[in-house]
Design a protein around this ligand. Sequence first.
Ligand code: MN
Length: 359
Amino acid sequence: MVDLAALLGEDVFAAPTLNGFLAQGPRRWARVRARIQQVLAGGETVPGYPLADVTLHLPVEIADYVDFYASEHHASNVGRLLRPDAPPLMPNWKHLPVGYHGRAGTVVVSGTDIVRPSGQRKLPGDDAPTFGPSVRLDIEAELGFIVGVGSPLGEPVAVDAFADHVFGAVLVNDWSARDIQAWEYVPLGPHLGKSFATSISPWVVPLAALEAARIPLPGQDPRPLPYLRTALDWGLDVDLVVSWNGQVVARPPYRSMYWSPAQMLAHMTVNGASCRTGDLFASGTISGPDPAQRGAFLELTWGGAEPVTVNGQSRTFLRDGDEVVITASAPGSHGTRIGFGEVAGTILPARSAPRGPTR
Ligand code: MN
């Protein structure tokens, strides 16, 4: 792990987060990257620390957090599970990147333990909701994008201006309590079923490192409205791996995502909403066409009806003590592979609920 403050002698790197550097913009990102590559290629002794000797923190102070729903396979699978008698996709899905606003203050770094959330849930067959620990705690394997340069209130970011604003990508695990979510989310969307914690990987892979991973989108029909169209648009050939208690259970392919990161940013700001340094917007669960490519246990176990075998045990949703690790890699320059590090988390038992006033 290179100590950039010591290597470059710049105060902006002697800070607890990358926000100051990210706000400096793409020309500066490119210069710093070139300088680091030059030093590493030159074989000089580089100031730094072994990765095993450091504690990794959140790479950025998260400003706002938006989560999209950009995988057609995921959205279709969830539609079939939750609305079996209706078309799998809602009528809006192919016209705009559907998303919701998450809770920036509960975005945590990989390795942070996740306390099982409690809340209201109305289980099948129950007449009324009950309160208690979630019994359908799940993961969502996603990529997230970090905004470096913000935009003014009232001015949309054009779909072609993506590279002027976005610095890079992180791995995201959008922990989801399906029972809490199912009872609360109609008609305003996910709330407490997701806001208890969202984990991200501790380093940001710059977009500049992902040029060899750029690929065409799988294709959009119908053609989106003009503000979502660009001749330069691209997806990313990133392979994710989901491990449950050390066993690989899914390999979600980012290349199958329907909406591009540039379309997500353009849509997020088209109403004039500003974005800020440190904004995180995530892709939504990444699922491919194959059952072994599903990035959430809800889909992987088909709503819990088709358990998977993990270390010899039949499993559906997360138990206390379970650990989930998501890793990813992508093509780099000259046949290399770029690693994204990992996003890991272990489930702790629910805490007892606060009591109401005694009478
Ligand atoms: Mn999500």
